[in-house]
Design a protein around this ligand. Sequence first.
Ligand SMILES: *Cc1c(COP(=O)(O)O)cnc(C)c1O
Length: 400
Amino acid sequence: MTDSLKNFPDQRGHFGTFGGMFVADTLVNALHQLQQAFEHYWADDTFRQLFYTDLRDYVGRPTPLYHAQRWSDALQGAQIYLKREDLNHTGAHKINNTIGQALLAKQMGKTRIIAETGAGQHGVATATVAARLGLECVVYMGALDVKRQASNVHRMKLLGATVVPVTAGSQTLKDALNEAMRDWVAHVDQTFYIIGTVAGPHPYPKMVREFQAIIGQEAREQILQRTQQLPAALVACVGGGSNAIGLFHAFLDDKDVALYGVEAAGHGLQTGEHAASLTAGRPGVLHGNRTYLLADEAGQILPTHSISAGLDYPGVGPEHAWLKELHRAQYVAVDDQQALAACYQLTRSEGILPALETSHALAYVEQLAPTLSPQQSIIVNLSGRGDKDMNTILAQGDDV
Ligand SMILES: *Cc1c(COP(=O)(O)O)cnc(C)c1O
């Protein structure tokens, strides 16, 4: 039991030398309160009942585990199974987490929700649960992203949220996160900050993981029922790392199951225009925790690039940094063009249009599957659907 990797982080949020709580004094109290509330309610059957009932009736869980037969046959290797998080309400895994945090906010008596968003997916998932629970909602979004992701901005407004464009820095996700933190410090009494991935200061990386772990719990049961054995490998894309940890967590102690996290190599690792913090970055402190990140010699955070806005983040959740150092998981990177090609491939062979984030995981599966036998299986997390990416896909001008 104590040997289990599932028991981490420790009480102070440490995964080995990663994680922790590196924040201004003004936030320490709020984070301790949050940690206490989370631990109290997460151990409470009534709260869990609320959470799992919402996942069933509002989100649509359990999501299917789908055998991609034609795609598997084409790759001539392992049997590939897709965990269909794209079928969740709002089209991705993010809602699992926003439901959990919004229910917690309600229990804590908070009346106001804030969130950061990059592409707008987490903003939409947050605005959705805020509408449902009747909570005020403010979403911080880089001014550049507000322009790039106009339809998600409209969706959030339609849901009753206020969208605040952030004009600081590179006007993207990391700046939105800084601004949301600032808001939280100023309005901590009535406000709950819903972070969208397994990053940020303790207890966020643990809390978000616990809410997303349902993905792997279902998948483990489903694959055992279907094939009577564990899969040879799990594959998921990694932005902040929440869909990957969500899939991995239930399998962490199954040493024979290989874990692969796939980062965005953007225009190519050698160009410096990418978002591969684990593959090409180094340890440092960002957004309240110690993790791998992309920074220059002076510690200045570097600009990132990926065709998929959801992977375009210069850091990564601390649990992934730890799993990398333990060699429990392997992290690889796939570039924009490889991801696009895999997006077309899955759409044509299975009739499923995946998100461009997800397509990074699919591109790696195309490399991995042929190295395994048809008696083995791979589960890939189909983290979201690609409808939101139609403009990006069409802008490539490919003859599709
Ligand atoms: C946001 C997003 C991601 C990246 O976030 P993680 O926290 O790394 O999971 C991946 N896929 C989709 C569809 C997303 O919307």
